[in-house]
Design a protein around this ligand. Structure first.
Ligand SMILES: *Cc1c(COP(=O)(O)O)cnc(C)c1O
Length: 393
């Protein structure tokens, strides 16, 4: 039997049938440019406005604070570069963390080449940022604090409300990359002291290439994409009506059964983690066990290469991910796993499995059974493992 077990939902998700259905008319009959003056387009502009309202409501924000972008990466770039430019007379210091997505890290590294200074906060062994560290890093020149809502590799959920509180106490803007969190955990931008929030549709069963940046009213931010006057003159580019409408539908679906989905996924995730830890020796789970996304499991298997593991899992129809980044032909262990203090050789043997509400218990059990076989096989070929077993006899 050919299996197809997709456990890489942190990388991207399937477009929900309801989302596709909502989008289709905007590729066919309703193809007009929402910015045009005639009634044909006005109808589409109205649908886009409704979608904007759905998304604003989901965050307890106002429609005028939602700006559609080309996805999570663009939103992160815009928030950070936009504030850096707009506040360059006030200061040049940005605070972020070592475990951010590359859309944040590489943006900060780019700014460092242009005279900005960046503090990359450490995290503890579970991936949590310390509030004391946040406050201690603040300088008179600090213009932005950017801390992700939930980590895409290990699923740890950061103390967002408290970090926002610290930022505001010092009069500093607070941005959060909520690409993995929005649609999975309840978010109220007022309650959580958030000034800017990045999100992306394709991580919550929406289409790829559409996201938004929430920008609190009054936040000073330069434009990133220059051109036409779309998005209240703040983000140029012909409105992606189909994408926006699909995104709003995905948000609606995610919110409708968020509690139920979280409960269902958490139970499966916990079964997966429990079985793996109990049945496969020399294994650890990464990330905080409580402050954690309901769909995320992340393991390190000693004496195993993450890449080999992925290939053998793929042969069994199981799709997961390893945190390693392929840079110039070699494999670098994940920056997140290094930041939680794992040595290189352990970080190399990592596996992230991210489930969805469509995952079944039978699939979880099949994955654990397959993992047991594969890891046994890989370890039996490892000279390091052989030495280790001899020494520990
Ligand atoms: C996927 C992801 C992004 C990038 O979003 P895109 O829409 O793919 O550009 C940014 N941050 C996090 C945490 C992500 O998981």
């Amino acid at each position: 039997m050919d299996r197809f077990i997709y456990m890489d939902n942190a990388a991207t998700t399937k477009v929900a049938p309801e989302v596709l259905e909502a989008m289709l008319p905007f590729f066919t009959e309703e193809y007009g440019n929402p910015s045009s003056a005639y009634a044909f387009s006005g109808k589409i502009a109205k649908k886009v406005a409704e979608a904007r309202r759905t998304i604003a409501d989901a965050l307890n924000a106002c429609e005028k604070e939602i700006f559609f972008t080309g996805g999570g990466s663009e939103s992160d770039n815009w928030a950070i570069k936009g504030v850096a430019d707009a506040l360059k007379d006030k200061g040049n210091h940005i605070i972020t963390t070592k475990i951010e997505h590359h859309a944040v890290l590489h943006t900060c590294e780019f700014l460092e080449k242009h005279g900005y200074e960046v503090t990359y906060l450490p995290v503890d062994e579970n991936g949590l940022v310390s509030l004391n560290d946040v406050e201690a890093a603040i300088r008179p020149t600090t213009i932005l604090i950017s801390v992700m809502f939930a980590n895409n590799e290990i699923g740890t959920i950061e103390p967002i409300k408290e970090i926002g509180e610290i930022a505001h106490k010092h009069g500093i803007y607070f941005h959060t990359d909520a690409v993995q969190a929005f649609g999975h955990v309840p978010i109220d931008v007022d309650e959580l002291n958030i000034d800017m929030l990045s999100s992306s549709a394709h991580k919550i069963n929406g289409p790829k290439g559409i996201g938004f940046l929430y920008i609190r009213k009054g936040t000073k931010l330069s434009n990133l994409i220059h051109g036409g006057g779309q998005e209240s003159g703040k983000r140029a580019g012909t409105t992606n009506a189909a994408g926006i409408i699909g995104y709003a539908k995905a948000v609606e679906l995610a919110l409708k059964d968020m509690e139920e989905t979280t409960k269902y996924e958490s139970e499966l995730r916990d079964r997966l983690i429990k079985r793996v830890l109990e049945e496969i020796p020399y294994t650890r789970v990464n990330g905080d066990l409580n402050k954690r996304l309901s769909n995320n499991a992340n393991f390190c298997f000693r004496f195993v290469e993450g890449e080999s593991l992925l290939i053998l899992l793929d042969q069994k129809g199981i799709m997961g991910s390893s945190g390693s980044a392929r840079t110039s032909g070699s494999l670098d262990p994940s920056h997140v796993l290094l930041a939680i203090g794992l040595p290189h050789e352990i970080a190399h043997g990592s596996l992230r499995l991210t489930i969805s509400k469509e995952t079944t218990q039978e699939e979880i059990d099949y994955v654990v059974d397959s993992l047991k076989q594969i890891i046994d096989r890989l370890r039996s070929m490892s000279p390091l493992y052989e030495d280790f077993v001899k020494k520990n006899k």
